[in-house]
Design a protein around this ligand. Structure first.
Ligand code: UDP
Ligand code: MG
Length: 308
């Protein structure tokens, strides 16, 4: 069975179209399926439309959240209750074309555990958003400790094995694309051109996007933490170099340095040590954070010749 997990926030104009397109598709693929909609505190008619659809077709399941919890939380709710052998998460606004599902499904049948839908063009976002996203992913990839897939959103297929791992991660600030990549299961890509949203408005305001970006950066890279180290290192180096220069200059040419100049270099060195100490404290916090979010220490894909 295939599960579809679709968060919907004010998508009254899209739910019916999405449903009918998925239905047509599943009749072609001939696999049983469930279509889970998560109503993430919509303030429009989304819930009523969903309920009407669910009355007619038992494939449709609805999770109705009390309020708007945000895209990643809504996805989490859906993944928790999905029962399929593979789960496809996708947006409700038809920006993730259902027609791609067949190809993703084939890749899964070939044996891949994760199939990402990868955007080969960026939609016509404004210049700043595009540039921001490019810089963000460059930095994240450089400093993250998992191989982050580029140009993918939350449109992907995951095998039940991956789903179980995700569902067992209790962490609260959820950056699902990172968590999925972190599990390390075999993965592949299916490329597509991402169309513009046809109906409704993007619910991802700049602040929501920024929060998602921060979750990615803080949860999957050590850059924020290492900042203290780099800063400290540079400052100490600079301070020491200046100090040595002044000492040498005094000894060799007999130059006179005013007291404040000595103080400034010493200040540099002390500041450097302060930054370093902050980094040490940060390392401990990082370790506490890792213990608290209690991810598994490793994930076994297969065991061979072990007794049951
Ligand atoms: N969404 C949600 N809760 C939110 C914001 C968005 O469930 O608080 C859903 C939305 O209905 C859509 C998906 O998440 O199905 C992606 O949102 P959107 O299309 O606004 O993001 P964008 O495509 O602009 O990145
Ligand atoms: Mg969208």
């Amino acid at each position: 069975m295939l599960s579809f997990v679709v968060p919907a926030y004010n998508e009254e104009k899209n739910v019916e179209t999405l449903y009918s397109r998925i239905k047509v598709l599943m009749e072609e693929i001939k696999e049983s399926f469930e279509l889970i909609f998560i109503n993430d505190g919509s303030t429009d008619n989304t819930l009523n439309k969903l309920k009407k659809l669910a009355q007619k077709d038992k494939h449709i399941k609805i999770i109705h959240l009390t309020r708007n919890f945000g895209h990643q939380s809504a996805l989490t709710a859906g993944l928790k209750l999905a029962q399929g052998d593979a789960v496809i998460s996708m947006d409700c606004d038809l920006q993730d074309p259902p027609e791609l599902i067949e190809e993703m499904y084939q890749k899964w049948k070939e044996g891949f555990d994760i199939v990402y839908a990868r955007r080969i063009n960026y939609r016509k976002d404004n210049f700043l958003k595009k540039l921001g996203s490019k810089i963000y992913y460059r930095i994240l990839n450089k400093f993250s400790f998992v191989d982050m897939p580029r140009n993918v959103g939350d449109f992907r297929l995951i095998d039940k094995a991956v789903l179980n791992e995700i569902n067992n991660m209790p962490e609260h600030s959820r950056y699902l694309r990172g968590m999925v990549a972190w599990t390390g299961f075999s993965h592949t890509y299916v490329d597509y051109h991402r169309p513009d949203r046809i109906e409704g408005e993007s619910a991802y305001s700049l602040s929501k996007l920024a929060r998602l970006g921060m979750d990615g950066m803080f949860n999957f890279s050590v850059l924020p933490l290492r900042l203290g180290f780099y800063l400290g290192f540079i400052t100490i180096l600079l301070g020491t170099a200046l100090l040595l220069y002044q000492i040498a200059d005094t000894l060799i040419t007999g130059a006179y340095y005013h007291l404040y100049k000595w103080l400034i270099v010493l200040l540099f060195i002390f500041m450097g040590f302060m930054f370093m100490l902050m980094w040490v404290v940060g390392e401990y916090i990082w370790r506490i954070f890792n213990e608290v979010r209690s991810r598994p220490i490793y994930i076994i894909k297969e065991k061979i010749n072990f007794e049951e």
